[in-house]
Design a protein. Sequence first.
Length: 329
Amino acid sequence: MRILVTGGAGFIGSNFVRMLLADTEDTGTGAGTGTGAVTEVVVLDKLTYAGDRANLPAGDPRLTFVHGDIADRPLLRKLLPGCGAVVHFAAESHVDRSLGGPEAFVATNVAGTAALFDACLEAGTERVVHISTDEVYGSVPEGASTESDPLLPNSPYAASKAAADLLARAYHRSYGLPVLVTRCTNNYGPRQYPEKLVPLFVTRLLSGRDVPLYGDGRNIRQWVHVDDHCRAVRLVLERGVPGEIYNVGGGTGLTNRELTDRLLELCGADGGRVRYVADRAAHDLRYAVDDSKITEQLGYRPRVDFSDGLAEVVEWYRAHPHRWEGPSG
Ligand code: NAD
């Protein structure tokens, strides 16, 4: 089986490719998969500021890297035949950048996704997993979002992801595209470009600088280790039902201030390094997903303990300064 992974040089995509190629991670549900053994992974990535080839294992003969855009239809027509499955991570992914300029988010997350879906239809791709986010549900003051809840995105990023989710639904209904959607909560882990909270704060703290905390720091996020998210994506790829949506959660819920305090401690810094800054526009107070569907139907169980996982992430950035000293500086 050859799998095309879009955005495979980014944070989550590269961890997913590593998991596929290492093939040490069984999905924990026993025998049989819908996809067969992975013999080859083709990564299609535009290498925006967020993508880095160094995230991928160099020299693995089963890995082919293609530098290109998911909106490039002629390129997709060449790449897709022969791929049994597509896992679609490629996206513009940073909320703050979307507030500054939504165009790239519409071009990649919406038009690019439509181009990819069209090419999958043309090539007869057997399974397409579209990676979405809990941000499509908007802020959830209490309780947890289920897959059938309305989409109420508040940032251009979340709106572009919600639009792509609706395209996935429509392509399944209208054309029978065998597409499955995952909506995960915030991820943390190694190999993330240092602009989002965890890698930004860790790299700033490790280099002796202060950290900018939005508003009053009370925004709540659920944190899932990237390996758990990747295991969930693999489960959906192998066992999910086309046309269905699967929330992925089971992480640790923390306010941004609580998370910051954990990072200060792990980096050996004190509270004086926190600088409160004006809040982000339309900053969602809380996200939380109900993941009982993937848990009950596909046997998803997060495995990484939050304290251990966060400590390992700090250690990864400490051990790889050459990977971040440029971008975060
Ligand atoms: P990322 O920004 O680290 O990586 C995105 C990758 O996509 C980069 O390698 C980039 O070069 C590539 N890319 C961007 N535009 C492209 C284009 N037009 N054509 C080809 N490649 C392109 O993002 P991430 O954090 O790894 O997120 C991956 C996916 O997971 C996204 O769809 C995101 O919405 C979703 N997601 C992220 C999180 C999170 O916490 N990071 C949580 C839930 C869902």
